[in-house]
Ligand binder design. Structure first.
Ligand code: ZN
Length: 342
């Protein structure tokens, strides 16, 4: 064998090995066993039809209801694959959205509230709106995601900071907060850098970073049976939650494990200590990719190592909540109804 043939052979083997390892890193999913271990169970007795309930569909998609009024947050159902998110273009999959809406048992929907305009929150909202007739409330950027899919203007509503909205017995106040700070400078620049607004109707398929953040909202829900906060992104704005207390906090923890200990602890001080809830329910800890029909799953290894840090995130939660032993800590099972208040 000539020397250059040997070199070529070695190079070919190395290339194959690299491709194989890359393939494995986007096929293998990290464990979420610790999150599943703290799933909230059903109540011992029958839940009254007037109780405030929640159903979790992954990330920060929640169906909230008191038997009279039904609210969906985000409505993210068409999960692109890891390759598409990393290198390709993404778009809503109408069949997946239909499937998710049906799986949640949505028959009538009063409103869709979108926390911010990244794809894992806002991408499918206009499709849900078309299917149900419910209006989409979000930022100006979310409005342009809706326009890109030709949602009629009367179904597109703009959130106004600190201006409460009334939906049946739910009073919902949108509070402008801050998005999670990605520690990786490249990811931060792509997700949060430059102009964060979507200024024109966004027509998919587009690269995932075309879904600009557009302002991160926290929603404060007041209901006669109990008050709760939906904090989707693990960021905070100083004093934004002053004077607010809640019985329960839906706490977004996505990426928290990748942050510094100072950031992690400050997040719990700013949100959990400020709100002083009896109960914390973790959200935004599961995979952004992978079919909606699958059970809750961990992110693929590569994305997890670059961004998610799922296990580290759980360890942070455990460490912080150990210092707050009076607060109940849960996750929600996928799809199943759980009672929040009665
Ligand atoms: Zn985001």
């Amino acid at each position: 064998m000539k020397w250059y043939t040997k070199v070529l052979l070695v190079l070919a083997v190395l290339l194959l090995l690299a491709v194989g390892l890359f393939w494995l890193s986007i096929q293998t999913r990290v464990s979420i066993a610790d999150f599943l271990n703290i799933e909230k169970g059903p109540t011992a007795d029958v839940t009254p039809s007037s109780a405030v309930t929640a159903q979790f569909a992954g990330v920060s998609t929640l169906l909230l209801s008191d038997g009279e009024t039904t609210i969906l947050t985000d409505g993210y159902f068409s999960r692109p694959g890891a390759l598409q998110v990393g290198f390709g273009k993404i778009e809503p999959d109408e069949e997946d959205v239909k499937w998710g809406v049906k799986r949640l048992g949505i028959t009538t929907l009063d409103v869709i509230l979108v926390v911010h305009s990244h794809f894992d929150h806002a991408m499918d909202a206009p499709i849900v709106s078309k299917l149900t007739g419910a209006p989409v409330y979000g930022s100006a950027s979310t409005a342009n995601i809706c326009r890109g899919l030709d949602l009629p203007e009367q179904q597109i509503r703009l959130l106004e900071e600190n201006k409460p909205l009334q939906f049946g017995k739910f009073r919902v106040t949108p509070i402008l907060s801050k998005h999670y700070e990605f520690p990786n400078p490249k990811v931060r620049e792509a997700a949060l850098g430059g102009n964060q607004e979507i200024t024109e109707p966004l027509v998919p398929p587009v690269k995932q970073d075309a879904y600009k953040m557009g302002g991160a909202y926290t929603f404060y829900f007041e209901h006669p049976f109990g008050n709760f906060l939906l904090q989707s992104s693990a960021g905070w704005k100083e004093h934004a939650l002053d004077s607010i207390k809640a019985d329960l906090v839906f706490l977004g923890v996505g990426g928290l494990g990748a942050q510094t200990e100072a950031y992690q602890s400050e997040y719990f001080r700013q949100i959990v200590d400020q709100l002083a809830p009896k109960e914390v329910i973790l959200i935004h800890w599961d995979a952004l990719t992978g079919a909606v029909q699958e059970p809750l799953q961990g992110e693929v290894w590569l994305i997890d190592k670059l961004m998610g840090k799922t296990q580290e995130t759980f360890d942070v939660v455990e460490r912080e909540m150990a210092g707050r032993p009076d607060i109940f800590l849960y996750t929600l099972p996928k799809w199943e109804k759980r009672e929040l208040f009665r």
